[in-house]
Design a protein. Structure first.
Length: 441
């Protein structure tokens, strides 16, 4: 009989932790980058470009790699996507540019666009170059709330256009979920902070950490003291299972645990269950499942209420989880959390598919990964004006303008795909719209 509540730190050796949380995909060396770049047809109507949410000139940057103009290649990428380095690591390219690549249809093997993008942007980062310059100062001041991909992309573009930007960030560090959420093995070696430093090195951006909207500042004060405001606060809430026993020891919110994992300097100090259950079928579920396995959990099972084709996680991510030893069970949902002496002992599941009935899985830890939600509370305080919501997120028009005058929004706090690359595009579009507004007013 196994012990109830078997949650322990230090399950692995130092070498195993280092291997498990090192780079999941090693970078391309020059000779391999040249070979990969030579596979590109430089298509005239490049479908890969159409599929990139930030519209990077993909054949253009690959051609520059092929001619050994790596700096020029990096600039082509960063002109459209200032977080091209992060996106090269975290983008689900298998459903974006690489899915659209003509080589996928031809031979099932796309040009490795993500790896080439990383090759070029890493080259620039390693040399500490900031290829962009600010336009002449306009004297206009913009407040950006949230220092994640949306906020930083907006701030960088506004600063390039000559405006002065203050970023109000609630947490201790900038970078948003690149720093606190994305799987550790996708962005090792403090990449998120290096990218934040690169963005700020342009100048004209004052990143103020520990400054939260609704705490240190209000929307009313930001609107009063600035010419425009951009909101990029992401999603602060998580869905609950709504089952008795959610307070049992071992029942955790996946996003909060991942945040602790990302900030843990020494992964050996992070306690993890021997048997882990993950509820959910999206990226967060995959990430917590794989990372707990890589922390040394013996048995990790993801349970999802519908079939594989309904999962938010791509087929590539599902394969990746299974390759890492994660089991995936479909068509079941948790019905009862069973505890002993205040600790989780087992979970009873109800089948949701054609098969009926219930089954039980023993577990020391259960992670809830059933979706994040937008929390509108910090936006209160403006008595007269109302920030309109749509489907539970901030409503915006095509220019990312909200219902409030002088206020724009983007990233996860508005409707759309919850991806780093989409957040960057929102920030960029909003910055250009703000710039047009400031020039007219
Ligand atoms: C676990 C996990 C893994 C993910 N993995 C991937 C992946 O592999 N690939 C991918 O493309 N996408 C991934 N995503 C999604 C991606 O991280 C987000 O879509 C992206 O970070 C959204 O950017 P954002 O700037 O809108 O929000 P965030 O990155 O959440 O940044 C919002 C920022 O606002 C700050 N903030 C919040 N409230 C306030 C306030 N009141 N005042 C001031 N500041 C505030 C936060 O501290 C944060 O820094 C993942 C998400 C999660 C949760
Ligand atoms: S679709 Fe593929 S082959 Fe064509 S330009 Fe894009 S990366 Fe190159």
């Amino acid at each position: 009989m196994s012990r109830v509540g078997d949650i322990a730190a230090g399950r692995l050796s130092e070498e195993q932790y280092a291997r498990n949380f090192g780079d999941v995909e090693p970078p391309l060396e020059r000779k391999h980058a040249l070979v990969e770049a030579s596979r590109c047809y430089f298509c005239h109507d490049a479908p890969c470009l159409e599929a990139c949410p930030t519209g990077i000139d993909i054949p253009g940057f690959i051609r520059k790699i092929a001619t050994d103009n790596v700096k020029g290649s990096a600039i082509t990428i960063l002109e459209e996507n200032i977080m091209g380095g992060a996106c090269a690591r975290v983008c689900p390219t298998e459903i974006l540019c690489e899915q659209a690549c003509v080589r996928t249809a031809q031979e099932g093997k796309p040009v490795n666009i993500g790896a080439l993008q990383r090759y070029a942007t890493d080259w620039l980062f390693e040399r500490g170059l900031q290829p962009f310059a600010r336009q002449a100062p306009t004297g206009r001041r913009v407040a950006v709330v949230g220092g994640g991909p949306a906020g930083l992309a907006c701030a960088h573009r506004l600063s390039m256009l000559g405006h002065t930007v203050t970023v109000f960030e609630a947490r201790a560090k900038g970078g948003g979920l690149n720093e606190y959420g994305v799987a550790a093995y996708k962005v090792p070696h403090d990449f998120a902070q290096r990218e934040v430093a690169f963005i700020l090195s342009l100048g004209g951006i004052d990143l103020r950490c520990g400054q939260a909207l609704g705490r240190e500042v209000t929307l009313a004060s930001l609107r009063r003291d600035h010419d425009a405001v951009f909101l990029g606060t992401g999603l602060a809430g998580v869905n609950a299972l709504k089952l008795e026993g959610e307070a049992l020891k071992g029942v955790e919110d996946a996003v909060a645990y991942i945040e602790r994992l990302r900030q843990a300097g020494d992964k050996a100090k992070l306690p993890v269950g021997r048997r882990v259950i993950v509820i959910g079928g999206g990226n967060t579920a995959i990430d917590i499942a794989v990372q707990t396995k890589r922390l040394g959990a013996e048995d990790v099972t993801m349970v999802y209420r519908r079939g594989p084709e309904n999962m938010g996680a791509t087929a590539h991510e599902q394969d990746f989880a299974q390759t890492n030893g994660v089991k995936i069970k479909h068509w079941a949902r948790p019905a009862k959390l069973i505890g002993e002496n205040g600790a989780l002992k087992a979970v009873e599941f109800e089948r949701t598919g054609a098969e009926q009935g219930r089954f039980m899985l023993e577990a020391d830890m259960l992670f809830k990964a059933i979706g994040q939600i937008f929390v509108p509370a910090p936006y209160g305080g403006d008595n007269k004006d109302v920030l309109q919501l749509k489907n539970g997120r901030i409503a915006v028009n095509a220019d990312r303008q909200t219902s409030l005058s002088k206020v724009w929004a983007g990233g996860d706090c508005i409707e759309g795909p919850d991806l780093t690359v989409s957040a960057v595009q929102d920030g960029k579009l909003a910055a250009h719209s703000i710039d047009r507004f400031l020039k007219q007013s």
